[in-house]
Write a protein that binds this ligand. Sequence first.
Ligand code: PLP
Length: 353
Amino acid sequence: MSFINNWLRPDIKAVNAYHAPPSTNMVKLDAMESPFPLSDELTGQYLTYLADAQLNRYPNASANELQQTLRKLMDIPDEFGVLLGNGSDELIQLLALACDAQDIVLSVEPSFVMYEMIAKFAHLNYQSIPLTNDFEIDAGAMQKAIETHNPKLIFIAYPNNPTGNVFNRTVIERIITSTKAMVVLDEAYYAYATDSFLADIAQYPNLVLLRTISKIGFAGLRLGLLIATQDTVSQLDKLRLPYNINTLTQVSANFLLQEKNTINANVSIILAERQTLFDELVKINFLKVHLSQANFILFKAPNANELFEFLKENSILIKNLSATKQLTDCLRVTIGTEEQNQKFINIVKSFYD
Ligand SMILES: *Cc1c(COP(=O)(O)O)cnc(C)c1O
């Protein structure tokens, strides 16, 4: 028996580690990253700006300037508070840390896997309500779960990952008003969706929003934000490690997120490409393609495992979800550049020829 095997909590030993597959020399369409690198022109200016970073000093603990940059980028009203995290994953962890052991965390399934993993690591009791066949929230089952479990935290991704849809707004409003839980709407894909609950924070004191810059071009910077009432943010801020946003991230984001026009232009390209890819996939008779309000598309394919492997042999990496409950034979492809999407489509077509 190795040391760590004796030492470690059994529930952690039992967890399957979060798995990021090798992707060297692959067309990477598996992780909802933006396919657009920095332009050469911007890179030059960026490096000059970065040269002034004082790496011998600790980062600015409150990251004030970065807060202002993000407020401008996302049109966050001054009246709301903003809490920054090392990716929104860290903020999910911070919320779990704020709970008592055995508190109930409620979500839906299938959804973002980190809600469950983090809840379990923090000794919380995770419960999930299956989505309906068309990936909507089962409003009745959710209300019942709220009554029986009295959850402390409710996580809802809006749009949802991995299904790509936004849930019915009225159902979510009813959840918010019928629970004492903090309701966390995870808007990681806000840039690709037509609706948001940002303005609703003014109306619902128990509503908290998560956003990230990972899906709009900057996954490598690791920066997420929690948006809520000032009250909520100033209390939760006590749990944040003082220097959680490192200097390179602060300086980089301050410079790069000023480029709102470029960011929006790239989002527009992805939206147009999403439509093209959707239309192309729908034309393949064997597939069931789901509408998406995010930068990925979920589709059901006969022989999904074989198709996934065939794509991999042809240097295209997507996400295989076929072993996930309710997602038998489902694959998820991130929207890439026109060229990448075309290559993907051609290989899928040749698989079914
Ligand atoms: C990608 C994703 C995140 C993680 O964002 P990071 O800021 O990169 O940690 C959070 N929630 C959902 C629903 C996601 O899809």
